[in-house]
Design a protein around this ligand. Structure first.
Ligand SMILES: NC(=O)c1ccc[n+]([C@@H]2O[C@H](COP(=O)([O-])OP(=O)(O)OC[C@H]3O[C@@H](n4cnc5c(N)ncnc54)[C@H](OP(=O)(O)O)[C@@H]3O)[C@@H](O)[C@H]2O)c1
Length: 292
């Protein structure tokens, strides 16, 4: 008998489709609005992973027709200098989205900078106003990674209503907003974290299991209910036995693929969706701001 394997949730293909739709929407809107959408990604220091993410975002912007107003600052840039830049971008009519690439060097207060971004340009959806809108179920800019996961589940018509969704991880970037989005979609939601007891007894009850832990291949097949939908948010760089570096998720793919019904690959699952939603948020902000 042939071994069962999970169907892969192809975030790369869906992200490409969303980018094509955004590109068409921009072509249509631009003559009325008189300018392209604009996104400013601010990066401080020389963290190589952050630099790669920023390059990826700028390439994606170029592909769909979003103008980049990104700025790369040296490590020693002060809080006051960055506040001044954000204040100017808040007023800049060409800019629809502002994003501060995290992590920042230790001397900088990331939360204070985030609070300074005007909520309507907060395309990362991390400003307290946008998080508050999410809690209340009001429209607003939603955090990119969780919104990307929801869009991916929707694309594959995965039912959420009444299902038990377990989110492992409670960060403000992923776990918490995702739990709220799943709740809004009528799932019964459990959030687990590093202080949860008997994690396996929680995760094996999940119809939908989300791993946002930040630990390479942490979630193994024995922690997964047969037939579950497993979403792997993790992006971890590891060095294998032959000394080569590669990216793995928070889920042990090789074992889980034989147990789950649906599974996101890493790379090519949640990562591209995060960028696609960032572009989508920028275009939404563009069309809304121009209608005011
Ligand atoms: N694909 C994407 O676009 C994307 C975007 C963002 C992040 N990521 C990746 O997703 C992962 C999570 O990111 P994050 O920003 O949410 O990380 P984070 O801020 O470090 O949060 C990790 C969460 O996992 C929990 N955790 C850690 N060890 C655990 C354990 N042994 N058992 C149960 N829970 C445990 C932590 O619990 P406590 O709260 O108790 O400490 C915390 O809530 C990382 O690999 C990151 O690189 C990917």
């Amino acid at each position: 008998m042939e071994a069962k394997t999970a169907k892969l949730l192809d975030g790369k293909a869906l992200a490409n489709k969303i980018q094509q739709e955004l590109s068409a929407a921009i072509t249509q809107l631009q003559p009325q609005i008189g300018r392209p959408p604009g996104l400013a990604v601010l990066m401080v220091g020389d963290n190589p992973a952050s630099a790669a993410y920023v390059r990826g975002k700028e390439r994606a912007c170029q592909k769909v027709g979003i103008a980049s107003f990104g700025k790369h600052f040296p490590t020693q840039t002060t809080q006051a200098e960055l506040e001044e830049v954000i204040a100017a971008l808040n007023y800049d009519e060409r800019v629809d989205g502002i994003l501060v690439q995290l992590p920042l060097p230790n001397h900088l207060d990331a939360v204070a900078l985030l609070h300074q971004i005007v909520p309507d340009k907060d395309v990362d959806g991390l400003h307290p106003v946008n998080l508050g809108r999410l809690v209340r179920g009001e429209p607003g800019l939603r955090s990119c990674t969780p919104a990307g996961i929801m869009r991916l589940l929707q694309e594959y018509a995965i039912p959420l209503r009444g299902k038990h969704a377990v989110v492992v991880g409670r960060s403000i970037l992923v776990g918490k907003p995702l739990a709220l989005m799943l709740l809004e979609a009528d799932a019964t939601v459990t959030v687990a974290h590093s202080r949860s007891h008997s994690l396996e007894s929680i995760t094996t009850n999940a119809d939908i299991l989300i791993a946002a832990v930040g630990r390479p291949e942490f979630m193994t097949a024995d922690m997964v209910k047969p037939g579950a939908v497993v979403v792997d948010v993790g992006i971890n760089r590891v060095i294998d036995s032959s000394g080569n570096s590669r990216i793995v998720g928070d889920v042990h793919f090789e074992s889980t693929v034989g147990v789950a019904e649906f599974l996101t690959p890493v790379p090519g699952g949640v990562g591209p969706m995060t960028v696609a939603i960032l572009l989508q948020n920028t275009v939404n902000s563009y069309s809304q701001r121009s209608h005011r």
